[in-house]
Design a protein around this ligand. Structure first.
Ligand code: SER
Length: 615
């Protein structure tokens, strides 16, 4: 069963149960500065989890493009990837555990054809604030009993603490900022029955083997989060106004399980890329451990880079662009280990099969392939040059120890093995333990940084951010009305301090043009126009000319924000909000900077100040 069939089966299973399919949101979250990439299907739906009605109802299903960077160092094993697709279904205050868990089981065994004997499940063991999830244990026991399996606790159903069985965007309850929703979850693991037996010692971590021990025998393929709590400012958890289900299952892992392979790279989602790589490197996947690992890393990173480029991310030294650059560079370094260097543009040929893999589901990948390839190749050639420079630097170093090896890894991305080779050529033997200590410190820092992204809590709903979000709508309309009606938004980023908008325009704006735009926005603020949200069919929103987010696919029913009245508006945009109720709340609008953000794209920064100080 290939990935397209599985995607279709999942969507079909849930639409038959009253769910409406929504398209995948782009990888870069819209107007959400708290995170770089969408990393879970629930992220674009956070407001619905908190209680805002979704235009398409209380039951949704989709396959969401996602990127998780916490796992980047683990890529190379049989199951970790950076980019992945998450199959998701949601109940916003509709059904709950007793419907969800039997559906998960019916889907996995009925649609994917997985043997129920190979499924193991986990639930939340409870903490001081939230009790053990005995209801899910009871439901699972019934489900397995109907399949003729006695599901004993500690044998088939496992209760784990918050570290494993609590889900929120920020992790465990202690790490959740005020306002963040979360809840206990119940995961399903597929047992690949490798050499280890349940409860035997795992060589991976020396602990007895069990579904969550991460030795590679069990693969988590499904996770039902019971989003029922919200963190309060005093640190406590309170019940949300509605009980939600947030389900996510990694498509890659489900394809692996359905095909009986524990290796997600040995599936139709990666094979076409690996085949091109095998031909280029003249090596065979699965033969040598070292080559196989390198091929997995390259295939993963190239796929991730292609998906980011297709969603409008470009390489840079900041934020999403930096991550993209890092993926491309790591791919090239591992390519070097396979003997691929010199003409670094080979990386472009690896991008093409990615378009083929996603033709039916993400046509934007093929549509942007020419640009994608050109950017990849340019980036690769540039890195090739910097790599030569790095090698030259190593040659000049008088001592290469564990610490320097780590610095070389950090700065140039040189893996340990390479650095050692060069050091040994100089008669030196860097200390591996020191390198690993530094590496662990670095990993812990990355994790803290990832969690820190949420420190602001629902920053995207704060008062200042909300005002800037409304100002963003005004700015786009003002650019179209004062400068050029063909201007479209090409990207946005809003924090509590300022807004940033990218838009298509072929040259620098003149000071006169900038003040025309600024004045028009300030006039509109002074008019104190109402800002209203209206739900309508997508076709209707298109007819009235509502602005769309670049690269975004919209469902059939959408929400549109008007500034002014629906009959006579200054601005209309497809948007999920939130916004201020009247433009008069915004204060004074100032453009701070206007600069180039690539060929034909301009970038503008603007801020709001209280009206009195602005006038
Ligand atoms: N949000 C949960 C996860 O990412 C379930 O979708 O695992």
């Amino acid at each position: 069963m290939n990935s397209s069939e599985i995607r279709k089966k999942f969507i079909g299973f849930y639409t038959a149960r009253g769910h409406v399919e929504i398209p995948s949101a782009p990888l870069v979250p819209a107007n959400d500065p708290t995170t770089l990439f969408v990393s879970a299907g629930m992220q674009p739906l956070i407001r619905n989890i908190l209680g805002e009605p979704h235009p398409l109802g209380k039951r949704l299903v989709n396959s969401q493009k996602a990127v998780r960077l916490q796992d980047i160092e683990e890529v190379g094993d049989n199951r970790h990837t950076t980019f992945f697709e998450m199959l998701g279904n949601w109940s916003f205050g509709d059904y709950f555990k007793k419907e969800q868990l039997p559906w998960v089981f019916a889907y996995l065994t009925g649609e994917l054809g997985l043997d129920p004997h190979k499924l193991f499940v986990s639930v939340f063991a409870g903490n001081g604030a939230v009790p053990k999830d005995t209801e899910s244990i009871r439901i699972w026991k019934d489900i397995f009993a109907r399949a003729g399996i006695d599901a004993g606790e500690g044998e088939r159903v496992f209760a784990y603490p918050a570290k494993n069985n609590w889900w929120s965007r920020a992790g465990e309850p202690d790490r959740m900022p005020a306002g963040e929703p979360g809840g206990p979850d119940s995961e399903v693991f597929y047992d690949f029955g490798q050499e280890l037996r349940l409860h035997e010692r795992s060589p991976y971590n020396g602990q007895p083997c069990h579904p969550n021990c991460d030795c590679g025998r069990y693969l988590e393929i499904a996770n039902s989060v019971f989003m029922q709590y919200q963190k309060q400012a005093d640190g406590s958890l309170s019940e949300l106004s509605q009980k939600n289900v947030d389900f996510g299952g990694g498509l890659e892992r489900q394809v692996a399980a359905a095909n009986g392979t524990p290796d997600v790279f040995d599936t139709d989602l990666f094979r076409p890329v690996i085949r091109v790589l095998e031909r280029a490197a003249k090596r065979t996947y699965g033969r040598e451990e070292h080559d196989t690992r390198a091929m997995r890393i390259i295939a993963d990173h190239v796929r991730g880079a292609v998906m980011m480029l297709s969603d409008g991310v470009g390489p840079s030294n900041k934020q999403q662009g930096y991550i993209l650059r890092r993926l491309i560079r790591r791919a090239l370094l591992y390519g070097r280990e396979l003997g691929l260097s010199g003409d670094w543009r080979y990386v472009g040929t690896l991008a093409e099969p990615v378009a083929e893999i996603y033709d039916a589901v993400y046509p934007e990948v093929r549509a942007r392939m020419r640009d994608t390839k050109a950017i990849l190749e340019e980036e690769a050639v540039r890195f090739g040059r910097s790599l030569e420079k790095g090698l030259h630097e190593i040659e000049k170093l008088s001592e290469i120890n564990g610490q320097t090896a780590f610095t070389l890894y950090e700065t140039y991305g040189f893996p340990w093995e390479m650095t050692v080779e060069i050091a040994e050529g100089k008669g030196q033997h860097p200390d591996r333990r020191r390198f690993e200590e530094e590496f662990e410190k670095h990993k812990a820092l990355s994790r803290t940084a990832a969690a820190g992204m949420f420190r602001g809590g629902l920053a995207d709903q704060g008062e200042e951010t909300t005002k800037l979000h409304t100002a963003h709508h005004l700015l786009l309309a003002a650019l179209q009305q004062a400068i050029d009606p063909s201007i479209r938004q090409r990207g946005s980023n809003i924090t509590a301090e300022r807004l940033r908008m990218d838009f298509n325009f072929g040259r620098k704006l003149t000071p006169d043009e900038l003040s025309r735009v600024e004045n028009l926005v300030n006039d509109t603020i002074r008019e104190n126009l109402p800002v209203t949200r209206v739900e309508m069919d997508r076709a209707e929103a298109e007819t009235i000319g509502a602005q769309m987010e670049f690269g975004h696919k919209y469902p059939d029913r959408v929400s549109v924000y008007y500034v002014g009245s629906p009959e006579h508006f200054f601005s209309a945009e497809f948007c999920g909000g939130p916004h201020v109720a009247f433009t008069g709340r915004l204060g004074h609008f100032t453009i701070q900077k206007e600069e180039s953000a690539g060929a034909g794209i301009r970038r503008m920064y603007a801020r709001l100040t209280p009206a009195a100080s602005g006038n």
